[in-house]
Write a protein that binds this ligand. Structure first.
Ligand code: OFO
Length: 165
């Protein structure tokens, strides 16, 4: 059985994952109308779907452990970006915030000796490490590329394979 505090904290995480999904959906929609960003468009939409899956996993966990997962209302995400680099900067910052939030959940689980939730959260800990790595890698590459159009072309072509490493 989840404690009240744990239930509330997990529900906040539901909101955070849903908000991430919205943010990446907005990035995908923005990328889709930019010339030559087919690969990035696919990447953002795929990430939005993954965040929704992270949210669903939490919803089922809360409900299975005697809580009630509350479907939250969402804030409108940032809709437009001055550059692809700006979108990826935001994505990276967002992932860092999500990692902090997951770490906070782990701390609560440990403090409450809720080892089931602690165990459940390990999947998120690993996932966040991977997402931060990928976002950092994308940012580093875009920093190197700058305004070089052929570099951007290759980045867009390769981004889906970077995602699988
Ligand atoms: Fe849910 O992993 Fe990113 O935010």
């Amino acid at each position: 059985m989840l404690s009240q505090k744990m239930k509330e904290a997990l529900n906040r995480q539901v909101w955070m994952e849903a908000q991430s999904s919205q943010a990446y959906l907005a990035m995908g929609s923005w990328a889709e109308i930019q010339p030559g960003l087919k690969g990035c468009t696919k990447f953002f939409f795929k990430h939005s779907d993954e965040e929704r899956m992270h949210m669903l996993k939490l919803i089922h966990y809360i409900n299975e452990r005697g809580g009630f997962a509350v479907i939250p209302s969402l804030e409108q995400p940032v809709l437009t970006f001055v550059s692809l680099k700006a979108a990826f900067d935001q994505l990276f910052k967002h992932e860092v915030k999500v990692s902090e939030s997951i770490n906070n959940l782990v701390e609560i689980a440990l403090a409450e000796k809720d080892y089931a939730t602690h165990n459940f959260l390990q999947w998120y800990v690993i996932e966040q490490m991977e997402e931060e790595r990928l976002a950092r890698e994308c940012n580093d590459k875009l920093e190197l590329i700058g305004d070089d159009k052929s570099g951007l072309y290759l980045f867009d072509r390769d981004i889906m394979t970077m995602d699988q490493q």
